[in-house]
Design a protein around this ligand. Sequence first.
Ligand code: AMP
Length: 178
Amino acid sequence: MNTNLLLQNLRNIPDFPKPGIQFKDVSTLFKNPECNREMLEELVRVYRDKGITKVVGIESRGFVMGAMLAAALGAGFVLCRKPGKLPGTTLKASYAKEYGLDSIEIHTDAISADDVVLIHDDLLATGGSMKAAYDLVNMFHPKEIFVDFIIELRMEGLQGREALGADKNIHTLLTLHE
Ligand code: AMP
């Protein structure tokens, strides 16, 4: 994978959405077809032999590469959304994030016990949102759960990987220290 290409195209926005946050803006990756191809080829290489049947994307930036990857793997795509957005019956989990409190929901019929699930989001910070998504997916008792991010932020006060737990199968394309 061409890591430099991705790093050169990732935009950092200081103090968004509040002072002190270095916001890693993946929209500048997604608008570049070469970056999309680099990311997708690497993710397909990592996951093509894992038997993934469902990719779960976390709203909203997790939908973009999550849906591309689901199509490339021949898997279904499931939306994990903010409260009140999904029209059917849902399960809900709440969590604290780097800049506030939030909840996510998933449809009760989204996953079955014979699925192998990959949960995807753009970025790992505290791990709160992925932990909530993982707990939701785990309620369906799928055969296996994989966890994937485009970016892992490793900065003081952010120990997302540890918060998710050493037993989780976690993959990230980029690790950033600032
Ligand atoms: P967390 O739950 O703390 O791991 O936060 C991860 C979620 O919040 C992801 O959905 C990210 O899109 C978003 N997020 C948190 N911190 C940042 C950041 N510094 N830059 C970009 N997105 C972030």
